[in-house]
Design a binder for this molecule. Structure first.
Ligand SMILES: C[S@@+](CC[C@H](N)C(=O)[O-])C[C@H]1O[C@@H](n2cnc3c(N)ncnc32)[C@H](O)[C@@H]1O
Length: 355
């Protein structure tokens, strides 16, 4: 038996399937690989169908999760199974696993991030244990493998059996990092910046670029969830917002609160980080961040783009394009990494710097 599917599977935030599909189509077009998306609004996933297995391979090789904004995980589908029997799901799953002729570092059974699929959490757990045990019995688990097996359960009978190269995949089931809300943080928004550092920077970048003693500016800082993430790393922060900042942060001695307009404020000396969570038009925020980077006011930026409009994918593309052009005109190259984080709602978070 050989793998039969020619699809890719992407997980996304429920309600953003269309943006995720548009992004996959646009990435495929750039490679000259044309497919079509099967989506249901609210399902939390997109199946992107390619015409044959060579275009599936070309797409997997050319499109990486790190370059996608609306996908949380990108998997290559081996086979879709529509009739998993309640009494013997492994009986149908194992032949598909064997058909790959691969050994896997691990196997994850997961479900999309939708209300309907969340009911499957218990089934995912028990089936996951049974699947890994069965794979171990047949020596299909290998700690040195570069591949992970994913089974995405859509409902109790329907599964996508998929694989992914771990070097390019999100390292969390469902592509969702489970972060605990720190009790001392002044707002839940703090999790956005924590997730951004975790998702958009690698370990080496985090240790080099987020160091004690560095300085940051937080535009739209109140009550201080993002500032808290910098202060927790012993960084000094200039927090710009007309609203009140959390007293604990002010007492830390590391925070200077300025009641100024974030669009006009510029620091007297260059800082390491600019973070910005102001609720404003995305293109206005993107232009502002571009000015800071090109003007040398900061080395790194993390900013949130709010997307209340209909054409959300287009708006993100426009912001990215404008920032690229501005960087190019200044003789620089833009490093732009964007993701709709798990803790983002109708918005995305971007890391940017110039090279
Ligand atoms: C989503 S909240 C920020 C939450 C913050 N990141 C946190 O983690 O606690 C947006 C903030 O942006 C501020 N804001 C909006 N426009 C601004 C402007 N032009 N200048 C300064 N602050 C602004 C608002 O006062 C508000 O406190």
């Amino acid at each position: 038996m050989r793998p039969t599917s020619t699809s890719l599977l992407a997980y996304c935030r429920p309600g953003f399937e269309s943006e995720c599909a548009q992004e996959l189509a646009s990435a495929g077009e750039r490679l000259g690989v044309i497919g079509f998306a099967r989506t249901t609004r609210g399902s939390g996933f997109v199946e992107y169908v390619l015409p044959d297995s060579s275009s599936q391979q070309a797409f997997s090789a050319g499109v990486q999760l790190a370059n996608l904004t609306f996908a949380r995980q990108l998997l290559r589908v081996i086979e879709r199974i529509d009739d998993l029997p309640a009494k013997d799901r492994l009986g149908l799953l194992m032949p598909v696993v064997r058909s790959t002729a691969r050994r896997f570092v691990d196997a994850w059974i997961e479900s999309p991030d939708s209300d309907a699929a969340r009911e499957l959490a218990g089934l995912c757990r028990s089936l996951n244990n049974a699947l890994v045990a069965a794979m171990k019995r047949e020596s299909l688990i290998d700690a040195a493998s570069q591949w992970r097996l994913h089974v995405c359960l859509i409902d109790a009978q329907t599964a996508f059996v998929c694989e992914t190269e771990i070097a390019h995949a999100a390292p969390w089931p469902g592509g969702i990092p489970r972060l605990r809300f720190p009790a001392a943080a002044p707002s839940r928004s703090t999790l956005k910046l924590e997730e951004a550092f975790l998702t958009l920077l690698d370990e080496d970048e985090r240790s080099r670029w987020l160091q004690a003693g560095m300085c940051g500016v937080d535009l739209g800082a109140a009550p201080g969830g993002w500032t808290w993430q910098l202060v927790r790393r012993a960084m000094r922060v200039i927090a710009v917002d007309n609203g009140p900042m959390n007293q604990g942060l002010l007492d830390s001695g590391l925070v200077t609160h300025l009641r100024e307009d974030g669009f006009f404020y510029r620091p007297a000396h260059p800082v390491d980080w600019l973070v910005c969570d102001m609720v404003e038009q995305p293109r206005r925020v993107a232009e502002l961040i571009g000015e800071w980077l090109i003007g040398g006011h900061c080395r790194f930026a993390v900013f949130n783009l709010k997307l209340p409009m209909k054409q959300r994918f287009k708006e993100v593309e426009l912001c990215r394009q404008r920032m690229h052009e501005a960087a190019q005109a200044a003789g620089k190259r833009l490093d732009w990494r964007a993701r709709q984080l798990y803790h983002d709602r109708e918005e995305i978070t971007v890391f940017a710097r110039l090279r």
